[in-house]
Design a protein around this ligand. Structure first.
Ligand code: UD1
Length: 355
């Protein structure tokens, strides 16, 4: 089969790595397309290098901009590309604007669409990602769900054909790469002790585009009384730089260390050594779970409900008191069932696609 896989944002490189390997091993012809949504070396190339994702056959260089402009620009070029390449299937990942543009371009050309990480719901329609995932799920022919909860969400919306619960492909990547992560070395480079710091990431529009929310988050990090290593996404960095009051707040928070976005192995190393993760990322909630690190989620809802139900994740929004209490009280429950599969989701996906 000729399969066009479309990626564009950082977590999609992590998801595509095992699937691409499995599809090619099964004898498919994979055409890898990078939309260009993430373009900094540290947000893109280093992930391809570390994870051994093949060089994209096409890089559309669309780059991020406003939602409509970005999605529309991708839609146009992807349509042309799909006409030229004539894939038998278009494979999309997760919930970004790249996912929506590729799914929509393919569906309009009546090319079958396969969605990896189908069925996730936050039930919060103000989140751009929620809109993307709902639409893509409804135009996909094959829907690869990480969990039974995701498949049940689809059933509630009347989507039952082509649905397969395969496990989570991010766990496939972690299974292979976690042992290569060098926590001692990376924590030493960052000037922290294993288990003596919190790792933080913040990039959701609802947190970054709201100065009040960002200020509350910084205040909470500053009040923790232990080092907080904050890997700052470019979106967040530009908000912090543009706002003198926020910059000043961060400057006086001496235990909060704002570092650049980290490559995959360094992220896994820092996560593995952290007392807890403070994040609004989706993927990192699962990665923390897999590595046995408690998570404090800076949102009021999560798609990854299993992490909360098992006691490994606490939803706190941006209330400083709740963030501090949850982080200080973060414990490691005795049980950590393999709710995201066995790390072989990609092979299942390749088998199903291969018929
Ligand atoms: C996007 C996804 C989000 C995903 C995240 C992973 C959408 C709607 N959101 O959010 O679901 O969790 O990627 O990181 O698709 N920027 C750079 N360099 C880069 C990339 C981005 O400077 O390489 C800056 C730009 O100023 C850009 C901003 O970051 O405007 C936001 O990038 P964008 O891709 O729009 O959204 P993310 O917040 O990264």
């Amino acid at each position: 089969m000729r399969i066009a896989s479309v990626v564009g944002a950082r977590p999609q490189f992590v998801k595509a790595a095992p699937v691409s390997r499995a599809l090619r091993a099964a004898g498919n012809e994979e055409i890898l397309v990078h939309s260009g949504q993430h373009y900094d070396r540290g947000m893109s190339d280093v992930f391809f290098d570390q994870l051994g994702v093949p060089e994209p056959d096409y890089n559309l260089g669309v780059g991020s901009s406003s939602h409509g402009r970005m999605t529309g620009a991708m839609l146009g070029v992807l349509e042309e590309l799909f006409i030229e390449v004539a894939p038998d299937l278009v494979l999309v990942y997760g919930d970004t604007n790249t996912t929506l543009a590729a799914g929509l371009a393919a569906a309009k050309l009546v090319i079958p669409v396969a969605h990896v990480e189908a069925g996730l719901r936050s039930f919060e329609r103000s989140m751009p990602e929620e809109v993307n995932r709902v639409l893509v799920d409804h135009l996909s022919d094959l829907l690869f769900c990480p969990t039974g909860v995701a498949a049940a969400n689809l059933a509630t919306e009347g989507v039952t054909a082509g649905v397969h619960v395969v496990g989570d492909v991010m766990i496939d990547t972690l299974r292979v790469f976690a042992e290569r992560a060098e926590t001692e070395a990376v924590t030493a480079t960052c000037g922290v002790e294993p288990d003596g710091y919190y790792l933080a990431t913040v990039h959701r529009a609802s947190n970054t585009d709201e100065p009040v929310a960002l200020a509350r988050i910084i205040d909470a990090f500053a009040a923790l009384g232990s080092p907080v290593l904050w890997a700052v996404h470019p979106r967040t960095r530009s908000r912090l730089t543009a706002d003198a009051a926020l910059s000043r707040r961060l400057e006086v928070a001496t235990l909060v260390r704002a570092i650049d976005p980290q490559p995959y192995l360094e992220t896994v190393a820092l996560l593995g050594g952290a007392r807890a993760l403070l994040t609004d990322s989706g993927g990192m909630q699962k990665e923390a779970y897999f590595l046995g690190v408690p998570c404090v989620t800076l949102r009021n809802e999560t798609e990854w409900v299993e992490t909360v139900e098992t006691g490994w994740n606490t939803l706190v929004g941006t209330d400083p008191g709740r963030i501090v209490a949850a982080a200080r009280e973060a414990r490691r429950p005795a049980e950590r069932p393999p709710v995201y599969g066995d790390g072989h989701a990609a092979e299942r996906i390749a088998r199903i696609i291969g018929g």
